[in-house]
Design a protein around this ligand. Sequence first.
Ligand code: F6R
Length: 585
Amino acid sequence: MCGIIGYVGHREAAPILFASLQKLEYRGYDSYGFATLHQRKIWIRKNKGKISEAGFEKLPGTIGIGHTRWATHGNVEKTNAHPHVDCEKHVAIVHNGIIENFEILKKRLKKDGHKFRSQTDSEIIAHLIENNIGAGVEEAVRRAMLVLGGRSAVVVISRDFDGIIAARTGSPLIVGVGENEYYIASDIPAFLNRTNKVMYLDDGQMVIIEKNKAPVFKDIKSNDIIKKRIITIDWDAEQIEKGKYKHYMIKEIMEQKETIIRALNQDSRAIKKVANEIDKAFGVFLTGCGTAGKVCLTGEYIFSNIANKHVNYVTSSEFPNYKNFLTKKTLLIAVSQSGETADVLEAVKVAKEKGVKVISITNVKGSTLDRMSDYTFLINAGPEKAVASTKATTAQLAILYLLAYSLAKNIDHGKRLLLETASKINDMLNPRYEEHIKKIAKRLHRKKDIFIIGRGFNYPMALESAIKIQEVSYIHAQGFAGGELKHGPIALIEKNTPCIVLTKGEDDHDIISNAMEVKARGGLVIGVGPKRYGVFDLWIKTPSVGVLSPIVNIIPIQLLAYHLGLFRGCEIDTPRNLAKSVTVK
Ligand code: F6R
């Protein structure tokens, strides 16, 4: 949510900022802007819409910052695009986050005579810095950060300082270490083609990157210097390119031929140890948001069916309401592709305050979630760039299955089943299969509603299917537990209303009855599963994998969502109103 990039080095900053910001566009794409520093003057260009080259090449200097926006406060207007400056243009800032006390701060600043140019909360940071500029820019940034409420990442250039100053109170910031040059960004892909050496900024810390000097990290409150290690990231730059594919989404769907196997590449001792913790815990919660939340909900069924263990899923934004049930004996499993979702981090914070042990399942090593957790399982899916999550979903599910099988003292059997499933997915994802789904998408792409039903393990996947279709094709889609339809939503079924029915190929009688109920009201029934039941008007075959059916059933829906989006001319990788990692509450 909002992408930030900064550069300090010996090369022209503008082209580097431009290329890096394009790589961060999945974090927000309603407007963008750059500022560079040259001969003690700040140069700025900004624009509405997706990143284009308009004017960026005219910015001189070897120090600069850039921002791609996902609007929170203030419309999508050029004036609201970052960077923002103070009254006298001492500084230019880019910001990711939300300043919760911005109204009070803005009122105060206005009273002091500051003139605002935008409707954003972010602009107040520039004016707060200006208020203390007499103390030196580093100290002025530090003082500004001390009064900001909420979660923020801020990067600043100043006409009085030959470098960049950045600070973090919640939203992610990572320093990329090059040869006598440094990057600072909200996500690693921004600079991965230039360096894979990074230094993490933790909450409550700032970094001063002066040209030709090593970065200095400090604690914002105490102003004490903090020592940092350089960490090498094992992602390579090629992984973040589309390669032969038209969109990241289809590339990432297809990568599921390998990613499930990669997810299984876990230390067995760690799996067993965590399974043992789950066993011993008094109260186990799973938490996540959106798609990761649906993975967690599937986890309830996985642990119940495979390991006879009761775990509770609570969507992260609601998790703080459960704090009275948390004790030192509780265990929290947090699932997040990015490891930076604000609601998830808040849930983890609340849990940690109660002494809860936190296990995380994430794709990003060194992410805030990884660093807050007592133990992390990395899903090893490689960078996921399309806003719609696909390969991370099935990899996260694979880890929950591994844990459940380990808890049931049957880990080898579980691994075997998962490997067999991975090989069946490999066979399934062939061009003929995609073509079949494309034909169904063509038939459905003008529909105004699509319903999806499932039972048991496939109920959460019905909810996830709806998310995929909504975000990629903008068709109104809704998922239900099969049994719930008759309690109200069936009133929405008209002649030819599509209803996708997720099945397992065994014990399907109840969901098939629900499909019949839809059919009896004229609905168009699209079956997904290993068996072609008579009630299906259309059928998408998936392999027979028993309790692992969520993993195989969601993949054709990802493909369907992709092709629906294509037929409808949607922005597949960067759907409207969305951003990849949601770093605001
Ligand atoms: C949907 C989607 C979102 C994310 C959610 C959590 O395709 O991607 O619903 O699943 O924003 O993101 P992470 O997993 O990064 O915490």
